[in-house]
Design a protein around this ligand. Structure first.
Ligand SMILES: Cc1cc2nc3c(=O)[nH]c(=O)nc-3n(C[C@H](O)[C@H](O)[C@H](O)COP(=O)(O)O)c2cc1C
Length: 368
């Protein structure tokens, strides 16, 4: 068994244990390997992202880093550009367990293929580099009474050449108008900015809360949210997290970017690709209303992330835009990191692989 496999199958290792609930992971995680070593950078950071010095253009996106304990672990492991899991202005429960299932899928999850059900199960025999999962949490939040202080604590773990980003999302609440909902993004972002975190990301692409939908495909919504958030956070750089835009949505993408480009400093893409997930008997695999479809990530979505990053880069050149690009999706190893950089990503991040290969940053830094 190779090292990656050993980590995947030993539930004491890694950032997230799918056999435990979200709250158990929150309380007990992360689960460091016995041989986990602190990564030590030498010299001065030579790169910048958002004008800030970073040792490497690599890290972990919003997702596996549930709280300041996970943030500390990731920074210690040498992941330099990392993001706290998306939080809200109010308390919000996680979707029911299970929240992570391994998928029986080989090759690319094309948009056509994502219309057909995928089989999800609690274990896998695949090596980590080929693994795809579904994750379905619904952006749970303990509320700002908890996370604002915890974010302050997380910021104390940010070392020279490292950058912590905070991800937030708006919450639809009883009696809310559309405007109230958009204002709530700004409220959450303002709470984040009060901690002096150096960059704020807004999650416009979560496929796991049926009632909230995926905002990034509605231009008016994206523009309104970006305007309100930017007004609330002032000079703090704003990052938008986008899902995959198909070729047919290219014009929508360009039109949306035209309007928000003056407001944003970077775009993070992609979020997960939604697809129906069933068990071996063809029944909905994740319990609860609206959970037949859930977000797919890992090896099978790399094609989509690379395609999106390439197109964001071309649009940037064509229009003389200045945003930086965070490439996310199916980064399972060193070669994938380089493919993203070649496609135009300023920073590359891995969620699925980094959850079970906590040496990934060290491996990438050895091959920069
Ligand atoms: C366990 C887990 C939780 C996630 N939670 C969030 C989240 O809170 N906010 C967000 O914007 N994306 C979230 N994501 C999506 C990731 O940021 C990323 O866009 C996606 O997983 C694709 O990257 P990957 O193929 O490296 O996993 C999550 C992903 C995983 C695996």
């Amino acid at each position: 068994m190779d090292r990656d496999q050993a980590k995947l199958f030993d539930d004491q290792l890694g950032l997230y244990d799918p056999s435990k609930t979200y709250l158990e992971n929150w309380d007990e995680g992360p689960f460091p390997a016995k041989d986990f070593k602190l990564y030590e950078d030498k010299g001065e950071p030579e790169l910048t992202f958002l004008g800030l010095p970073v040792y490497s253009p690599f890290g972990i996106p919003a997702g596996p880093l549930l709280n300041s304990n996970h943030i500390k672990f990731a920074f210690d492991g040498g992941f330099d550009v990392i993001c706290y899991k998306t939080q809200r202005s109010v308390k919000f429960l996680a979707n029911d367990f299970p929240n992570v299932l391994y998928l029986d899928i080989e090759g690319d999850l094309t948009i056509e293929r994502a219309k057909q059900p995928l089989v999800g199960q609690p274990t896998t025999t695949k090596p980590l580099k080929n693994v795809s999962i579904t994750n379905s949490f619904g952006n749970p939040s303990l509320g700002p009474d908890f996370w604002v202080d915890d974010l302050k604590k997380a910021l104390t773990y940010e070392k020279k050449g490292q950058l912590l980003i905070m991800s937030v999302v708006g919450t639809i609440q009883e009696g809310f108008s559309q405007d109230d909902y958009y204002d709530d993004f700004a409220k959450a972002a303002k709470l984040a900015a009060s901690t002096s975190v150096k960059a704020i990301e807004i999650n416009l692409s979560c496929p796991n809360v049926a009632s909230e939908g995926i905002l990034c495909y509605t231009k008016e919504a994206v523009v309104a949210v970006c305007q309100k958030v930017k007004e609330a956070i002032g000079d703090t750089p704003l990052i938008t997290k986008f899902g995959y835009f198909s070729k047919a949505q290219e014009q929508l993408l360009e039109d949306t970017l035209k309007d928000i480009e003056p407001l944003i400093s970077a775009i993070s893409a992609i979020n997960t690709l939604p697809a129906p997930v069933v068990d071996r008997n063809g029944k909905q695999a994740l319990p609860g209303e609206g959970r037949l479809s859930s977000g797919i990530c890992g090896a099978s979505i790399k094609w989509a992330g690379l395609d999106m990053v390439g197109r964001l880069n071309k649009l940037k050149a064509k229009n003389n835009w200045n945003y930086e690009i965070i490439g996310v999706g199916g980064v399972m190893g060193v070669n994938d990191f380089h493919s993203y950089r070649e496609a135009g990503a300023d920073v590359v991040q891995s969620a699925t692989a980094a959850m079970w290969n906590t040496d990934l940053a060290a491996q990438i830094k050895a091959n920069l």
